[in-house]
Design a protein around this ligand. Sequence first.
Ligand code: DQA
Length: 141
Amino acid sequence: MKILVLNGPNLNLLGRREPDIYGTATYDDLTAAVRRHAEKLGVEVEIRQSNHEGDLVDWIGEAIGTADGIVLNPAAYTHTSVALLDAVLAAGIPTVEVHLSDLTKREAFRQISFVRAACIATVMGHGIAGYTEAMDLLVKR
Ligand code: DQA
């Protein structure tokens, strides 16, 4: 089984970015935790991050026929991107939406997620552990 982990804008700045909201763990800590968990589960994993919406759309499209599941933190594009919603719908690959922070406790504009309608589950507010929980959900499925 192969899982694709996609991260949207500014997640490369984890650790120094609003640590009171996102924690002090860095992006490298995140990728290390995901790789360790993939090894434990016995699955292949590919991890990518981009600040550009089109990159994320391209990578979801390219995952057709190569990935069995997607863990997706679209970051700010969660709240704006119909293109990402359409990409996940078009790919037809089981996708779990992940957010480090608990969006239900944040600003009104973060209560909208376009991509959620195409996802099998949403994990939020669990920090980096949310990524490994999402991987577990995909493997169980
Ligand atoms: C985020 C939440 C988004 O609202 C925000 O724009 C992000 C990160 C999260 O992981 O909590 O960049 O997706």
